[in-house]
Design a protein around this ligand. Sequence first.
Ligand SMILES: Cc1cc2nc3c(=O)[nH]c(=O)nc-3n(C[C@H](O)[C@H](O)[C@H](O)COP(=O)(O)OP(=O)(O)OC[C@H]3O[C@@H](n4cnc5c(N)ncnc54)[C@H](O)[C@@H]3O)c2cc1C
Length: 355
Amino acid sequence: MTDVLIVGSGPTGLTLACDLTLRGVAVRVLDQRAGPHRESRGKGLLPSSLEVFGRLGVAERLAAIGTRGVVLRKYFDGEHITDTPSGDGLLMAQWQVEEVLRARLAELGVRVEYEARVTGIAQDAQGVRAALADGRALRAGYLAGCDGGHSTTRRLLGIPFEGHTEEADTMVLGDVTAPGLSRDHWHQWFSSDGGGMMLCPIPGTEAFQLQASPERDEVGQPLPPSLEGFQRLFDRHARVPGIRLADPTWMAAWRVNVRMAARMREGRVFLAGDAAHVHPIAGGLGMNSGILDAIALARALAAALTGPARAGVLDSYEAVRLPAAAALLADTTERHARVLAAVREPGRGTEVGRD
Ligand SMILES: Cc1cc2nc3c(=O)[nH]c(=O)nc-3n(C[C@H](O)[C@H](O)[C@H](O)COP(=O)(O)OP(=O)(O)OC[C@H]3O[C@@H](n4cnc5c(N)ncnc54)[C@H](O)[C@@H]3O)c2cc1C
């Protein structure tokens, strides 16, 4: 019998799965994807996550991959202005974090089950039943919806995702190579026209994560990402002749959303990570806050399943993490405003979101 069915194998679901397994709880991890992805997405592990990962037995493996003390190199209108340190985190791509967690989980005897899309959830006093798109039905004691910002779990439970979307506040993102460009810095080019581009080297690869203000059409609507568009933006903001961006392995458009779930628990079903809260990326708190949700949820579920029965132990999760989510939305909104203002001044960049 599965104790906890985990829907989603992003950083939140994988952290939860490792922690619960180490605590002697039987889990299954389902993901709708066909297999692991290679998208850089969240690229910083904060000290709070690294501390947790020490207990899960993956800190050394992560440290062997990630970069510490990467220097942010700031340019304005193409001119190098200043260099600043980036803080005490470990810089690496989200897919690399997930790869390490998946390997740890496999050592503990659990493998992610791919092509397993949850489409229905029902619960009674004894447990939860999840219906899958392929017609299967799985039973478990509890279900954790770690299925991202568009969470099916949240939708099936009818939990409102309260907040707003900043339609005009958009970015294009991607993973590309830039042969000839120094990999010793996180390059941050900003321009007096208000736009900018950042290229951050992903350790152990030839790739850079690209983040840029999008190109816009004649009525000001953002254009979708493309390699040609990335090159035009690079030429406009970086102004480094001879560098050709290439090999795009991921391209995405991203909008600022500031939203949180009205509840993180409905009976035997829980929400964690982006399924419960989404917010600006300033400060790099998205993946890291999902990891903290996962640890709090693992503690509560393990206490309920393996400890002496304690009334209210499952309520402790939402009691702690719902106010934390509200504080996170306020904090990241404020950091985001600080970054947007700072990049208009030569020599300043994303570091102001980490202060
Ligand atoms: C450009 C960018 C930069 C970022 N930078 C940072 C940063 O520096 N630091 C940081 O902490 N965060 C950062 N983030 C945010 C971070 O990427 C997210 O917060 C993080 O991915 C959330 O993890 P998660 O596990 O909760 O959800 P996800 O990573 O979205 O994982 C959800 C999983 O659930 C699966 N799934 C969805 N629906 C179903 C279903 N019905 N059935 C089965 N499986 C399902 C999906 O396939 C997916 O694998 C950044 C994001 C972006 C886009």
